[in-house]
Design a protein around this ligand. Structure first.
Ligand SMILES: NC(=O)CCC(=O)C(=O)O
Length: 275
């Protein structure tokens, strides 16, 4: 069954209250425009940066996730709540929660791959200075299709996307916040790569760009089809990106180019490590 996806490229400020209010307003707008699944960006309630995570962190459930649960219920939608800094047992995580139209939390993804990079003269960022990594794969069912969740840097790891497609996901959603160095170079290419590798829809949701922020987001919230085409995108201002996802198109592309049944599992395979 086809459905309308809305990706909210939210302008995130230092005021958590404003961020929550803005998110609720744009979620409502997306639902009034027919969206059945709505997604927010990475770190939607707080500026993105290691110096902010502790101050903005909340337990789950907490203030921000209660706003999300209420918004999902009031608007009768599935809501992928971007991510928030989560505090649990003295540790901090970068966590995405997902709600069904009854407002129940149906999934929780803690960013698995922490964003630790050093590109000399351009950007050095170490999420691991303050955050701990998640350990779980995260998918959830909707009446439309199964959806897999990754957060930002998670998109660089093809294994995660492969596992999600193997579990039956037809859409992968990555709340993300690439930057002015890696954004232009890799943001779209990574989405198209994951889409083609797995013949799935890939959607990535960024915050809007704030030139005065300590970390300047690239924006360019985007949807890519299972054929690898960019089917919806934008620049960097606050906006909502819409696309009508047709899960049957995933099957069509897979039957045209049947790489899934052509894998040489007699020669190689990906295995899940159990704890
Ligand atoms: N928030 C992030 O994980 C940023 C990832 C990123 O910019 C990248 O290049 O990867």
């Amino acid at each position: 069954m086809a459905f309308r996806l809305a990706l909210v490229q939210l302008a995130v400020s230092a005021s958590k209250a404003d961020n929550l209010q803005n998110a609720a307003r744009l979620i409502k707008q997306a639902s009034q425009n027919g969206a059945k699944v709505v997604a927010l960006p990475e770190c939607f309630n707080s500026p993105y940066g290691t110096s902010y995570f502790k101050d903005y962190a909340e337990r789950i459930p907490g203030q921000s996730t209660e706003v999300l649960s209420k918004a999902a219920k009031e608007n009768n939608i599935f809501l992928i709540g971007g991510s928030i800094p989560e505090e649990d047992n003295g540790k901090l995580y970068n966590t995405c929660t997902v709600y069904n139209p009854e407002g129940n939390m149906v999934a929780k993804h803690r960013k698995v791959h922490l964003f630790d990079i050093d590109v000399p003269g351009k950007i050095c960022f170490k999420e691991s200075e303050t955050l701990s990594p998640g350990k779980e794969f995260t998918t959830f069912d909707t009446p439309f299709c199964k959806i897999g969740i990754g957060i930002c840097y998670d998109i660089r790891f093809p294994e995660l996307a492969y596992i999600y497609s193997d579990l039956g996901c037809k859409l992968l959603v990555y709340p993300g916040a690439f930057n002015m160095t890696t954004g232009p170079a890799h943001w779209e290419l990574l989405q198209r790569s994951r889409a083609i590798d797995n013949q799935v829809y890939v959607a990535s949701v960024s915050p809007a760009r704030d030139e005065k922020a300590t970390y300047i987001a690239w924006g360019h919230t985007t949807v890519v089809s299972p054929w690898g085409e960019v089917v919806a995108t934008t620049e960097h201002e606050e906006t909502i990106v819409y696309y009508n996802i047709n899960p049957d198109y995933v099957d069509e592309v897979r039957s045209q180019i049947p790489i899934r049944s052509q894998k040489r599992s007699d020669l190689y395979k990906l295995t899940k490590v159990s704890e």
